[in-house]
Design a binder for this molecule. Structure first.
Ligand code: BEZ
Length: 210
């Protein structure tokens, strides 16, 4: 069955380029970005995996672990890492699941046969400390993802989790945010004692909580 936002992320045990992991145990109390890419030794994937390695400290700052996946073997992942380092300046510094039997890919519905018959598409799942799926996106093989956008989305998700605020269109760190509709004015007064700018009763703007 397809995974939906708010579902518990399916647990699994899998071999990776850094040894065997149990997914939920490996996530621990933090956040996780689980992503698939179509195939080792392919051009777009090479650029994505190098860039993710480069910005991994930004994910770490936010308490987010990174886990990649393709249907290739762990030996293939390790061999390809050398090319990624040579061409992108950064080798993957996070585990890559080896999923030749597509066990995890099937669990997460990462194979879309009408797009790519045997390979995973570019899926991303952001999973919270409660192991619930907070965000999903799917790109085709030909379109490299914007992992700065994933970071931005993580910032938004973490603000919502902590402060009951939502983020408006094109929001960037430091911009004003929106009090979530589920919070009554009365409850909002306790949380935001300095008040807010109500453009409409349902559009209540506040400074980003720190
Ligand atoms: C790529 O990473 O460039 C790629 C992978 C599979 C199919 C098409 C492109």
């Amino acid at each position: 069955m397809a995974i939906r936002l708010g579902d518990t992320a399916p647990d699994f045990t899998a071999e990776t380029s850094e040894g065997t992991i149990n997914f939920h145990e490996w996530i621990g109390d933090g956040w996780c970005v689980l992503f698939s890419h179509p195939k080792d030794f392919t051009p777009v994937c090479t650029t994505e995996l190098g860039y993710i390695a480069k910005i991994k400290p930004e994910f770490e700052k936010r308490g987010v672990k990174i886990l990649g996946l393709s249907v290739d073997s762990a030996d293939s992942h390790r061999e390809w890492s050398k090319d990624i380092e040579e061409t992108q300046g950064h080798a993957p510094n996070y585990p890559l699941i080896a999923d030749p039997d597509r066990k995890v890919a099937d669990l997460y519905d990462m194979i879309h046969p009408n797009a790519l018959d045997t390979l995973t598409v570019r899926s991303v799942f952001v999973i919270g400390p409660d192991k619930k799926v907070k965000l999903m996106l799917t790109y085709p093989a030909s379109t490299g993802r914007n992992f700065d956008e994933i970071l931005r989305a993580v910032d938004s998700l973490q603000l919502t989790a902590k402060h009951q605020v939502a983020t408006p269109v094109n929001w960037q760190e430091g911009d004003d945010v929106i009090i979530v509709p589920a919070l009554s004015d009365e409850d909002a007064k306790a949380k935001f004692p300095d008040g807010w700018d109500a453009k409409k009763p349902y559009l209540r703007i506040v400074k980003q909580p720190s």
